[in-house]
Design a protein around this ligand. Structure first.
Ligand code: MN
Ligand code: MN
Length: 302
C-alpha cells in the first residue's frame, strides 16, 4: 500500500475551529480555482503555463473566485441540516430542489436527474445503477461530516441518504463515506496516518481505487476523482501546493479541487489557505460558510 508520509513534513494546525473552517473554505477555494480549467486536459493547462490564480473564465464564463455546484450543493445541504435541526432526507432533497429552481450555473446530469425524480414523485432515491458512479454525492459530503463529528453512525446514515437522492452506486457510497471519515479524523487532529488507514481500507474493499502508481485520470467518475485527490493529498505538504497540483490535472478540476481543498483545509487549517484566493471568494459565500461551520458544529466549537 502506498505510504508517502516518510519524507514529507506536514504543518498541522492544532485548533478544531481552524480545521473545520479550513475544510469548508478550502472546498470553496478549490472549486473556484479549478472551475475555470474544468474539462481542459493536464497537457492543455501546462501548455498555458499552469494555473494557480483565481482567473475566472472557462467554459462557464465565471467571475474570478466564483464557486459552482460543488460548493452550492454543499451549502444547500448544510442549510437543510440547520433548518431541520438534524438529519432529514426529505428536507435535504427539498433544498436540492430549491437549488435547481434557482438556475444554478452548472448541474451534473446525475444530480439533475435525481432531483427531478424527487420533484416529480417525492422519492428519496432511485434504483442502484452503475451510471450513478459520478462524484456528485461525494463532492458535497462536508456539511454532513461537520454536523456528525464524533458520531459515526449518525454520519453513515445521513451520508448514504444524502448520496442516494442523486447517486445510488456502491463506489460512490464507499468514496463518500471515506471522505467524510477522513474529515472526521483530520478534525480530531489525527492527521495523515489515520487518513492513510481509511484510504487503504477503501482500496482493500474496492481495489479500483488504487492510486499508486497514479493512473493519471481526473474525470468526474468517482474512481478517477478519488485517485487524483489521494495522489495529490498524500504527496504534497501544504495547502497551496496540494490544491494547485490537483486542479492542474484538469478534467473535473473544480470537483477534484473542491474535495482536495476540503481535506487540505482540514489538515492544515484555515490560516494555510492563501489570502489572495480567499480575497477573491464571494463575500456571501464566505459569510454563509462561517455561519454554517458554527451552526453545524454547535456545541463542539465555540
Ligand atoms: Mn462544479
Ligand atoms: Mn466539476
Amino acid at each position: 500500500m502506498p505510504n508517502s508520509t516518510n519524507n514529507v513534513k506536514y504543518h498541522v494546525s492544532p485548533d478544531l475551529k481552524s480545521r473545520a473552517l479550513g475544510a469548508y473554505l478550502g472546498l470553496a477555494v478549490g472549486d473556484a480555482l479549478g472551475a475555470p480549467i474544468e474539462f481542459l486536459t493536464k497537457r492543455e493547462i501546462a501548455h498555458r503555463g499552469g494555473h494557480k490564480e483565481m482567473t475566472g473564465g472557462g467554459w462557464l464564463k465565471l467571475k474570478p473566485g466564483q464557486v459552482t455546484d460543488d460548493t452550492e450543493m454543499s451549502l444547500y445541504l448544510g442549510r437543510a441540516w440547520i433548518e431541520a435541526g438534524g438529519w432529514n432526507a426529505n428536507t435535504a432533497a427539498t433544498q436540492f430542489a430549491e437549488w435547481l429552481k434557482h438556475y444554478p450555473i452548472d448541474v451534473g446530469n446525475t444530480c439533475r436527474r435525481g432531483i427531478r425524480r424527487f420533484m416529480l414523485d417525492g422519492s428519496l432515491h432511485g434504483v442502484e445503477s452503475e451510471a450513478d458512479g459520478g462524484n456528485g454525492a461525494a463532492m458535497r459530503i462536508l456539511p454532513i461530516a461537520l454536523a456528525t463529528y464524533g458520531d459515526d453512525s449518525a454520519f453513515e446514515i445521513a451520508a448514504i441518504e444524502q448520496a442516494h437522492i442523486t447517486h445510488y452506486s456502491p463506489l460512490s457510497d464507499a468514496a463518500t463515506l471515506t471522505l467524510g471519515r477522513m474529515v472526521h479524523v483530520l478534525l480530531a487532529g489525527q492527521g495523515i496516518e489515520s487518513c492513510l488507514t481509511l484510504v487503504n481500507n477503501l482500496i482493500a474493499r474496492h481495489p479500483q481505487f488504487r492510486y499508486f502508481p497514479y493512473p493519471g485520470r481526473a474525470s468526474g467518475y468517482i474512481v478517477d476523482t478519488m485517485q487524483t485527490v489521494m495522489h495529490q493529498f498524500f504527496s504534497t505538504n501544504n495547502f497551496e501546493d496540494c490544491v494547485v497540483a490537483t486542479v492542474n490535472c484538469g478534467e473535473d478540476a473544480d470537483t477534484t479541487g473542491a474535495i482536495v481543498g476540503m481535506l487540505a483545509g482540514a489538515l492544515y487549517g484555515v490560516s494555510a489557505i492563501p489570502q489572495r484566493w480567499l480575497d477573491k471568494l464571494d463575500t456571501k459565500v464566505k459569510t454563509e460558510i462561517e455561519y454554517q461551520t458554527n451552526e453545524l458544529m454547535k456545541g463542539v466549537i465555540k
